[in-house]
Design a protein around this ligand. Structure first.
Ligand SMILES: [Zn+2]
Length: 115
C-alpha cells in the first residue's frame, strides 16, 4: 500500500467516525427533545385534570365546599352531601374523637358529667 493510499484510507476513516459521532449527537438531541416534550405534555395533562376536577364531587361531579367537621376541614358535596377527606384529615378526625371520648370517659368517671 502506497503512502498516498494510506493517507486516503485514514481520511475516509476520519470522516466515517466523524459522521458516526455527529449522527449519535443528533439522535441524542432529538431523544432529549422528545423527552422534554413528553414531560411538558404530562404536566399539562395533570393541570387540565386538576382544573376539571378541583373541588368537584368524585361521585356526582357537583361543586364541593370546604366545611369544618369537629375542627377538621373536609370537603362536602353541595348536591349529594358526600363528605371527602384530604390526606391526613380522617386520621386527625379519628384522633380528635378518641381524645374527646377519653375526656368524656374520665369526666363520667369523676362524676362531672358531659358538656
Ligand atoms: Zn356529590
Amino acid at each position: 500500500m502506497g503512502l498516498h493510499k494510506e493517507a486516503k484510507r485514514m481520511e475516509d476513516q476520519w470522516f466515517q467516525e466523524n459522521d458516526t459521532r455527529l449522527l449519535k449527537k443528533l439522535r441524542e438531541e432529538r431523544e432529549a427533545r422528545i423527552r422534554e416534550q413528553e414531560a411538558r405534555e404530562a404536566k399539562k395533562k395533570r393541570e387540565e385534570l386538576r382544573n376539571l376536577h378541583w373541588m368537584r364531587c368524585p361521585k356526582c361531579g357537583h361543586e364541593m365546599k370546604a366545611e369544618d367537621l369537629c375542627g377538621v376541614e373536609v370537603d362536602v358535596c353541595l348536591l349529594c352531601e358526600g363528605i371527602y377527606f384530604d390526606r391526613g384529615e380522617l386520621e386527625a378526625l379519628m384522633l380528635r374523637q378518641q381524645a374527646d371520648q377519653r375526656r368524656g370517659f374520665f369526666r363520667r368517671l369523676m362524676g362531672l358529667g358531659e358538656d
